[in-house]
Write a protein that binds this ligand. Structure first.
Ligand SMILES: *[C@@H]1O[C@H](CO)[C@@H](O)[C@H](O)[C@H]1NC(C)=O
Ligand SMILES: *[C@@H]1O[C@H](CO)[C@@H](O)[C@H](O)[C@H]1NC(C)=O
Ligand SMILES: *[C@@H]1O[C@H](CO)[C@@H](O)[C@H](O)[C@H]1NC(C)=O
Length: 460
């Protein structure tokens, strides 16, 4: 072969392989981490990268005056809802434990650790003693009557209301979920050499698990007000199994294995769930145990779930797996993330990876537009998100900014919006919160899935 021919062959190979990789997954990871940064509350560090955000809610306090500032706002609002927060952190930590290389190839490992630590530092605060857990800071109704900047919220009426779970007010779903998040995060920090921080997280995870299992009760019964926002429909059996599984992975202790086996049978977790969400962790348990334990019953359950997702679950005309209209893309991302994990456990690897890439690429542009703010072609510009809807100071910010037709003045980089309906229809309208909400939960499975995509496809 002549040098010129060789050159042309090599060139076309490069072009072809680049052509397959239509989207810059590394950039999506960078932006998703910026979204989490924009959701931070408390005292922001000097290296804050979101110029339109400042300190907020420094007065958040527990019933005994404990400092509960910090953590993350849930969505476009400013409540710290403990259940979806813990779920988002457990998903992010899982992705960081098993797709480290994806983050490293993207050059985002340090930022990912910082975002996980921001959540964990708050969780250390909201669990001040073994049987006390603050499951919520702020009140949904009060909060949703306000539209403006979190920095402008008047705290002159005293600290925001809080919900404290304890031995007489149990909250097994939330305690179990937060235990799982802290156990998973302890693995990520231990792998990074942060032994003492990992030990602290693991100690909290153990205590929360004991709290969840010893004082059993549904958090919707201890705190009826949560029913309007993040009720638990699947009960706590899935969270108990989920946290026992992570504690087993973090410690290798036989007691936790005996426990997840017990919860698996007591709560009938072998069936095929019809979603994977902040509430319903059954599929998560199946997939995690398919890899961590490896017994046939877990592998069979994980495979049935993913085969259902790929072959049977409803799809839109353009091919998006459509599980619910509420955050359709988040539901799709969650099942993609789980099935990529199943692929890594050696179950139908190529099929699940191809499916995952097709779904993620739909969100990044293959459907005709991007659904990630600040990324790609025609991204959403009007998320249902108060702080980014405000102009630069000193302009005021209120309900007029909610209703205005213009794009949000601040670009909320990296947020995945709720998404299209079952016919791929989507309108970029701030007032339509079904399609345009953005949440900690929506980005968690998504970021994990994209990290795994980057693990597979990004070059270093
Ligand atoms: C449990 O928390 C509730 C508030 O949620 C509080 O009224 C009660 O005194 C606490 N009970 C214990 C045993 O700490
Ligand atoms: C983790 O370890 C790195 C490297 O030693 C250090 O820079 C970082 O501050 C540590 N983080 C925590 C949470 O301990
Ligand atoms: C709380 O959630 C559980 C589990 O979904 C459910 O069985 C129970 O009826 C709910 N309780 C209330 C008061 O809504």
């Amino acid at each position: 072969m002549s040098p010129l021919r060789l050159f042309l062959v090599v060139l076309s190979c490069i072009v072809l392989s680049q052509g397959q990789l239509q989207y810059d997954y590394a950039s999506v990871i960078s932006k998703s981490l910026l979204f989490y940064e924009a959701q931070r509350t408390g005292r922001l560090p000097a290296d804050n990268r979101i110029p339109w955000r400042g300190d907020s809610f420094l007065d958040d306090k527990g019933l005994s005056g404990e400092d509960l500032s910090g953590g993350y706002f849930d969505a476009g609002d400013f409540v710290k809802f403990g259940f979806p927060l813990a779920s988002a952190m457990s998903m992010l930590a899982w992705g960081m434990v098993d797709s480290v290389e994806g983050y490293k190839k993207a050059g985002e490992w340090e930022n990912a650790l910082a975002s996980l630590k921001w959540g964990m530092d708050y969780m250390i605060k909201n669990h001040p003693s073994p049987n006390v857990l603050y499951v919520q800071v702020g009140n949904g109704e009060i909060d949703h009557n306000y539209w403006g900047r979190p920095e402008d919220w008047t705290t002159s009426n005293g600290p925001r209301p809080v919900l404290q779970a304890n031995s007489s007010k149990p909250a097994s779903e939330v305690a179990g979920e937060q235990s799982a998040a802290m156990a998973a995060a302890s693995i990520a920090f231990r792998q990074n050499g942060n032994t003492s921080y990992a030990d602290t997280l693991l100690q909290h995870a153990r205590e929360l698990y004991t709290f969840a299992t010893t004082y059993r009760g549904h958090y919707n019964e201890s705190f009826p007000e949560v029913k309007e926002f993040y009720d638990s429909y699947s009960g706590y059996g899935d969270e108990l199994a989920w946290s026992a599984s992570w504690l087993y992975r973090a410690t290798g202790e036989a007691g936790y294995k005996a426990d997840y086996e017990q919860w698996w049978s007591d709560f009938g977790l072998s069936g095929r769930p019809s979603e994977a969400s902040w509430d319903w962790k059954q599929a998560h348990v199946q997939v995690l145990l398919a890899s961590v334990d490896g017994a046939a019953r877990y592998r069979t359950a994980a495979e049935s779930f993913c085969n259902w997702v790929v072959n049977t679950a409803p799809k839109t005309p353009k091919g998006l797996v459509f599980i619910s209209m509420w955050g359709s893309l988040r539901h799709a991302s969650n099942v993609v993330f789980l099935c990529l994990q199943a692929a890594n456990a050696g179950i139908n690897q190529q099929v699940y990876r191809d499916f995952g890439k097709q779904q993620i690429d739909y969100m990044l542009g293959n459907s005709g537009r991007s659904f990630v703010i600040g990324f790609g072609t025609n991204p959403p510009q009007r998320p249902h998100h108060a702080s980014s809807s405000c102009r630069d100071r000193p302009a005021p910010c209120d309900w007029a900014d909610f209703s205005k037709p213009e794009p949000n003045p601040q670009v909320l980089h990296g947020a995945l919006v709720g998404g299209p309906d079952q016919n791929d229809n989507y309108v970029d309208d701030r007032e339509d919160y079904v399609a345009n909400e953005v949440t900690l939960d929506y980005n968690a499975g998504f970021q994990g899935a994209v990290s795994e995509m980057c693990n597979i496809y990004c070059r270093t």
